[in-house]
Ligand binder design. Structure first.
Ligand code: NAD
Length: 368
């Protein structure tokens, strides 16, 4: 029987609560589809600061290095907010993990089931069949990492800050590859988002994406859009998109807009794929819910575990090639929601269910 080996980093707040549910669902999928889950838990984020003195302990990093994927919960909370910026849970663990594994491709499905239309701030007539799009964001280049990056006092006493936006053709091509694979598994359409009217990096981005698709995947329907227009179009008619492909900062902003129009953060998963291959010959990846540690509801049995379950499904698909099991988990979540099992964040009229009950409904559907 094949084995899937992954590191489990539950983190803080609701992280451990939703992680336990996702692991139970994974075990049911493993039973049904004939594989074995081999995982170990390790501390990350605030809890790691408390127990080990740093947000990403060496033992946690070592476990990740010995695994084929990371299933990540969420980190942070009020207890650690007064720490210096560089010691904050997110900055001191997620960013080093991205760097250690060259996690260059962030895949964020923007999925709103028609049954949850009410959760979206968009008018129902804009999304009669819900929302089903994907944002592919370049995650290790651009303005967030380019050098020089500093603040300086000028000879005249004024103060100036500098960030640098840099992209190489090779970086653009490798993220375009991810968009191509994603589009080919969906509606075969990519909208590349840039600001080629004002940015040099965007001119290179647009030319590289155009040339690369012409060579590698000419049958994909490719369009280009300026980032400001894309922000408007997402709110006006999100389903005009299939796959949005964009650089780091535009992706940061657009994927958060996508999360808002899709209703609850409790339903949205994400995958960050690395440049390297794991022992299965597939991309190493970090899989996590789009939301944070939700300290306002932590410990109250209110957290929606679906984002964590759907993140685990993405892990099965991308890092372990278990496509059938991944799709079955996704369908089990949708069926649970359709049949009225809803945590408080998505229960509009009926009685909300607890985190555990939501998980049980998903597992019952998965068992069939
Ligand atoms: P948040 O995403 O934690 O919460 C925003 C809102 O969404 C809250 O009302 C919360 O209750 C709700 N929510 C989020 N996930 C939910 C779920 N699964 N079920 C039901 N409701 C859910 O954002 P925030 O409040 O701005 O941040 C809280 C902490 O999380 C901060 O310390 C922040 O730095 C951290 N954070 C971590 C990550 C991460 O781990 N990658 C991402 C974002 C924020």
């Amino acid at each position: 029987m094949s084995k899937i080996k992954f590191a489990v980093l539950p983190g803080d707040g609701i992280g451990p609560e939703v992680m336990e549910v996702a692991l139970n669902v994974l075990e049911v999928a493993a039973d049904k589809f004939g594989f074995v889950c081999d995982y170990e838990r390790a501390d990350v984020g605030g809890i790691a600061i408390d127990r080990h003195g740093k947000a990403l302990p060496d033992s946690t990093l070592k476990l990740c290095q010995e695994s084929d994927a990371i299933l990540f919960g969420s980190i942070g909370g009020p207890k650690w907010e007064s720490l210096p910026a560089r010691e904050q849970p997110e900055r001191a663990s997620l960013l080093p993990l991205r760097k250690a594994f060259s996690l260059f491709a962030n895949i964020r499905p923007g999925l709103l089931y028609p049954e949850l239309q009410e959760a979206s701030p968009l008018k129902p007539d804009r999304i009669p069949h819900g929302i089903d799009i994907v944002c592919i964001r370049e995650l290790t280049g651009g303005l967030y990492f380019g050098q020089p990056k500093h603040t300086e006092t000028l000879p005249d006493g004024d103060v100036q800050a500098i960030d640098t936006m840099i992209y190489r053709k090779s970086e653009i091509e490798r993220i375009t590859d991810v968009a191509i694979a994603t589009a080919q598994s969906r509606r075969n359409s990519i909208c590349s988002v840039d600001k080629a009217n004002v940015l040099e990096t965007s001119v290179l981005w647009r030319k590289t994406v155009t040339d690369y698709l012409a060579r590698k995947a000419p049958s994909i329907d490719l369009s280009h859009m300026y980032a400001d227009n894309a922000a408007m179009q997402l709110a006006r008619d999100p389903n005009q998109f299939d796959v949005i492909l964009t650089e780091n900062m535009f992706g940061d902003i657009l994927s958060d807009e996508m999360a808002v129009i899709c209703g609850s953060l409790g339903m949205l998963a994400s995958a960050s794929l690395g440049a390297g291959k794991n022992s299965q010959g597939l991309p190493f990846g970090l899989y996590e819910p789009a939301g944070g540690s939700a300290p306002d509801i932590a410990g109250k049995k209110l957290a929606n575990p679906c984002a964590q379950i759907l993140s685990a499904a993405l892990m099965l698909r991308f890092s372990f090639g278990q496509n059938e099991a991944a799709s079955a988990m996704e369908e089990a979540v949708q069926t649970a929601v359709k049949s009225g099992n809803r945590t408080a964040d998505i229960a509009f009229a009926g009685e909300p269910v607890s985190t555990r009950k939501m998980g049980e409904a998903v597992m019952a559907n998965l068992r069939g």
